[in-house]
Design a binder for this molecule. Structure first.
Ligand SMILES: Cc1cc2nc3c(=O)[nH]c(=O)nc-3n(C[C@H](O)[C@H](O)[C@H](O)COP(=O)(O)OP(=O)(O)OC[C@H]3O[C@@H](n4cnc5c(N)ncnc54)[C@H](O)[C@@H]3O)c2cc1C
Length: 396
C-alpha cells in the first residue's frame, strides 16, 4: 500500500482533524473527515495560537489568511486582580521571542480558514461516530445516522468529550480540576477602564483569575476567560449560570475586571475538565489525537497548539512507512512525554495563579517578573518545533 492509497478517516473537523488533513496533504495523502455537527460553526470564544503551532499554519500557506483576522498581543502582563498593580510585564511578542506569530483568533474564523483549505468535499457533516469495529486490518465506523464508512486507519480527533476515547478506555475518564470558567467576547470600545488592551493580561488573585487578549484583524475585540476555584456537581460539561453569578464571585475586584466581565451576558458556566494521561493512544488501527488524547485546561493556552503539533507528527509518521501499525506506534512514542508534560504544566499554572496572599504569592510575583524565570517556563513549549526536518521531505 503506498502512502496515497491509505484510506484515512478522521473523526472531528476541529483544530486537530482539519490540521491533520492539511498536514497529510503536504505529504501526498488525502483524508475523509466525519463531523457530527450539521454546520461548521464554532461558537463562543477564541483561541491563541502560539509559535509552536503558528509555524505550521504558515507552512500550510495560511499565514496571510490568519493574520487578516487575528491579532498578535504586544506584551504579556500580570496584574493583581484586586488593585490592578502590575506584577510583571514582558514586552515581547510571540514573533520576537519565538520567531513565529501569535494569533489571537475567533474559533469560527480559525475553523473556516482551515476547512476552506481542506476543501468541503472531504468534510462530511452530520456524521456522529457511534462505534467502530476492526477486522483484517480494516476499521468500520458506524455513524449515529445508520451509515458506515470503512478505512485503513481512523483518527479520533473528536475533542475533549471524545467518544472514540471513551470506546477505547471503556468509560468517561474526565476529571474536574476544581475550577470553573466563564468565557466572553467584548468590544474594546466598551472597556474604557482597561489598561494595555493590546496585551495578553492575567489579573490574578486568591482562588481566581481573569485572562484576556485581543482578537480580530484590528485587535478591537477582547476575548476573555474568567476562572474561579469552586465545586462542581453533576456530570455535565456546562451548567446554567445565574445572570450575576460571576459578578458575585469577583466582588471587590478591580473596576477594569468588573467592567469586562459585566459587558456580556453569560448563560453558561464551564467545568474545566482534563483527562489523565494515557499510556496508550491507540486500539489497533484507531488512534487518538488532540484533546481526545490529552485534554488539558486552558491556563497555558496550549490545547490547540499541541493538537496542531500532533497533526504534523502523525502525518510524518504515516508518510515514513507503509506499515500503519508501526506509524501509529511511532506517533504515540514521539508525543506521549511532551503532551503529558504540557498537560501537567497547564493545571499547575492555575494553582500558582490562585495562591492566597502571603510569602508564597510574594515569591511567585518575583518569579513572574523575572524574564529569565519566565523564559524557563515558556521556552520549552513555545520554541518547540514538532517537525524540524520537513524541508528534507520529498512530497513530489
Ligand atoms: C475556555 C477554553 C479556552 C481555550 N483557549 C485555548 C487557547 O487560547 N489556545 C489553545 O491552544 N487552546 C485553547 N483551548 C483548547 C483548545 O480549544 C483545544 O485543545 C482544541 O480545540 C483541541 O482540538 P481538537 O481537534 O482535539 O478538538 P476540537 O477542536 O474540540 O474539535 C473536535 C471536533 O470533533 C467533533 N466531534 C465531537 N464528537 C464527535 C463525534 N462523536 N463524531 C464526530 N465528530 C465529533 C466536534 O463537533 C468538533 O468539531 C481552550 C479551551 C477552552 C475550553
Amino acid at each position: 500500500m503506498s502512502e496515497s492509497d491509505k484510506r484515512i478517516a478522521i473523526i472531528g473537523a476541529g483544530v486537530g482533524g482539519l490540521s491533520l488533513a492539511l498536514a497529510l496533504r503536504e505529504r501526498g495523502m488525502e483524508a475523509q473527515i466525519y463531523e457530527k455537527t450539521h454546520e461548521l460553526r464554532e461558537v463562543g470564544a477564541a483561541v491563541y495560537l502560539a509559535a509552536n503551532a503558528s509555524r505550521f499554519i504558515e507552512r500550510f500557506g495560511l499565514g496571510d489568511a490568519f493574520a487578516a483576522v487575528s491579532w498578535e498581543p504586544t506584551a504579556l502582563i500580570y496584574r493583581d486582580g484586586r488593585d490592578g498593580h502590575v506584577i510583571a510585564r514582558h514586552d515581547e511578542t510571540e514573533s520576537s521571542a519565538y520567531g513565529a506569530p501569535g494569533y489571537g483568533i475567533h474559533r469560527a474564523d480559525l475553523q473556516e480558514i482551515l476547512a476552506n483549505a481542506v476543501g468541503h468535499d472531504q468534510i462530511h457533516l452530520g456524521k456522529e461516530i457511534a462505534s467502530y469495529a476492526q477486522e483484517g486490518g480494516e476499521v468500520t465506523i458506524d455513524f449515529a445516522d445508520g451509515t458506515q464508512a470503512v478505512a485503513d486507519i481512523v483518527v479520533g480527533a473528536d475533542g475533549a468529550r471524545s467518544l472514540v476515547r471513551e470506546l477505547m478506555v471503556g468509560h468517561d475518564d474526565k476529571i474536574y480540576t476544581g475550577r470553573s470558567g466563564f468565557r466572553g467576547l467584548v468590544d474594546v470600545k466598551d472597556l474604557p477602564s482597561l489598561p494595555d488592551p493590546t496585551a495578553i493580561q492575567f489579573w490574578i488573585g486568591p482562588d481566581g483569575h481573569l485572562l484576556h487578549y485581543p482578537i480580530g484583524g484590528n485587535g478591537d475585540v477582547i476575548n476573555f476567560l474568567l476562572v474561579k476555584r469552586m465545586p462542581w456537581e453533576g456530570d455535565e460539561w456546562t451548567v446554567d449560570a445565574g445572570p450575576d453569578e460571576h459578578l458575585r464571585l469577583f466582588e471587590g475586584w478591580h473596576p477594569a475586571v468588573i467592567e469586562m466581565i459585566s459587558a456580556p451576558t453569560f448563560d453558561r458556566r464551564w467545568a474545566l475538565n482534563r483527562r489523565p494521561p494515557l499510556s496508550q493512544w491507540y486500539d489497533g488501527r484507531v488512534v487518538l489525537l488532540g484533546d481526545a488524547a490529552h485534554a488539558l485546561v486552558p491556563h497555558h493556552g496550549q490545547g490547540a497548539n499541541i493538537t496542531v503539533e500532533d497533526a504534523v507528527v502523525l502525518a510524518r509518521c504515516l508518510s515514513e512507512t507503509d506499515d500503519i501499525d508501526a506509524a501509529i506506534a511511532s506517533f504515540q512514542d514521539q508525543r506521549l512525554e511532551r503532551t503529558a508534560r504540557v498537560q501537567k504544566a497547564s493545571y499547575i499554572t492555575a494553582d500558582v495563579l490562585h495562591l492566597s496572599d502571603g510569602d508564597e504569592a510574594t515569591q511567585r510575583n518575583a518569579q513572574l517578573a523575572s524574564s529569565e524565570w519566565m523564559h524557563g517556563q515558556l521556552d520549552w513549549i513555545h520554541s518547540y518545533n514538532a517537525d524540524p526536518n520537513f524541508d528534507k521531505v520529498d512530497i513530489a
